[in-house]
Design a protein around this ligand. Structure first.
Ligand SMILES: Cc1cc2nc3c(=O)[nH]c(=O)nc-3n(C[C@H](O)[C@H](O)[C@H](O)COP(=O)(O)O)c2cc1C
Length: 300
């Protein structure tokens, strides 16, 4: 039988499948359907120093082969997450990746500094798609220089491995990833949502603006994973439109060490356990004993 174990930042995860940040609540919502220890690691919803209300509804919009969301980073704050939600992961012995954000450089630093290392914390995943209020609302992750500076400061603040989660809304994602790695990032997650909009045909009104996720994002994410994993020496985690185990395998072939599943769970809450079963069956059918046999198997 194939093993799905994967090494990431000095820890061994049961498998390479995580949820994408913000798409599995705080874990306790899904736990009655399938135990959170099904995951290789649970990725938290984006957490900030203080609780954040997020945007008024509507917050999601179905759009053809994708979904738009405008949650506005609602969360209970780091303190409440660790007091109220982390105990579930402790009980289930499930590793976690802490996704976090700030609206200023200082907030990012304070967030990272406030997270105590714990054997269950695999890494901090820094969401660089967030508007910086001190820089005219420009998204943090759009400029290599800004990415370098924030990652460097975060790395100086915490002994926990740091993953840079990048926005695809840039001219050259390889350049941004290289800046993150030269600042000390231990891994790269690719990709966050792409800004989009929907128009109501009847009224002509701009009905929704938000981040596009789901199948429409997959080719963009796959290319980013293939290009970046060849250009940087750290593990890449793939996200963007992974709907089934075949998509997961494509991302692993493109060079991802692990993958994250987001929008698929909105369509089928059992998408993640199904992807895991499909992945194991694929490995067995093809006589592959370890995931490393798929690693970067794609070629031109
Ligand atoms: C409802 C929703 C909430 C999200 N919240 C966050 C978040 O808090 N932090 C973050 O880094 N990414 C967030 N994302 C982006 C996802 O983690 C992921 O990068 C993106 O959706 C692409 O994966 P998918 O196509 O499998 O959904 C969110 C996505 C969705 C759909």
């Amino acid at each position: 039988m194939a093993t799905l174990f994967v090494d990431l930042f000095g820890k061994t995860l049961r498998n390479p499948v995580m949820n994408a940040s913000g798409t599995l609540g705080y874990g306790r919502e899904i736990d009655p359907l399938w135990s959170v220890d099904t995951l290789g690691a649970y990725v938290t919803k984006g957490l900030s120093l203080k609780p954040h209300h997020g945007n008024p509804p509507p917050r999601v919009w179905e759009e053809g082969r994708g979904m738009l969301n405008s949650i506005g980073l609602q969360n209970v704050g780091l303190k409440r997450f660790f007091a109220e939600h982390f105990p579930l992961f402790r009980k289930r012995n499930t590793p976690i990746v802490v996704n976090f954000f700030g609206f200023t450089d200082e907030e990012y630093i304070e967030c990272a500094a406030s997270i105590e290392p714990d054997p269950l914390i695999v890494a901090l995943e820094i969401n660089l798609s967030c508007p910086n209020v001190t820089k005219g609302g420009i998204c943090m992750g759009k400029e290599a220089r800004g990415v370098f500076s924030i990652i460097k400061r975060v790395k100086e603040t915490t002994p926990i491995p740091v993953i840079a989660k990048l926005t695809p809304e840039v001219a050259d994602i390889v350049e941004i990833a290289q800046a993150a790695v030269s600042a000390g990032a231990d891994g790269i997650t690719l990709i966050n949502t792409m800004p989009g909009a929907a128009i109501d045909l009847g009224t002509g009104r701009m009905a929704f603006r938000g981040g596009l996720s789901g199948p429409a994002l997959k080719p963009i994410a796959l290319k980013a994973v293939a290009d970046v994993s060849r250009a940087v020496p750290v593990p890449v985690i793939g996200a963007g439109g992974i709907m089934d185990h075949e998509d997961a395998i494509r991302f692993l072939m493109a060079g991802a060490r692990a993958i994250q599943v987001g929008t698929a769970t909105f369509i089928d809450p059992f998408a993640i356990p199904k992807i895991l079963a499909g992945l194991a069956a694929f490995m067995d059918e093809h006589g592959l004993s370890r995931l490393s046999a798929l690693a970067g198997a794609t070629h031109d």
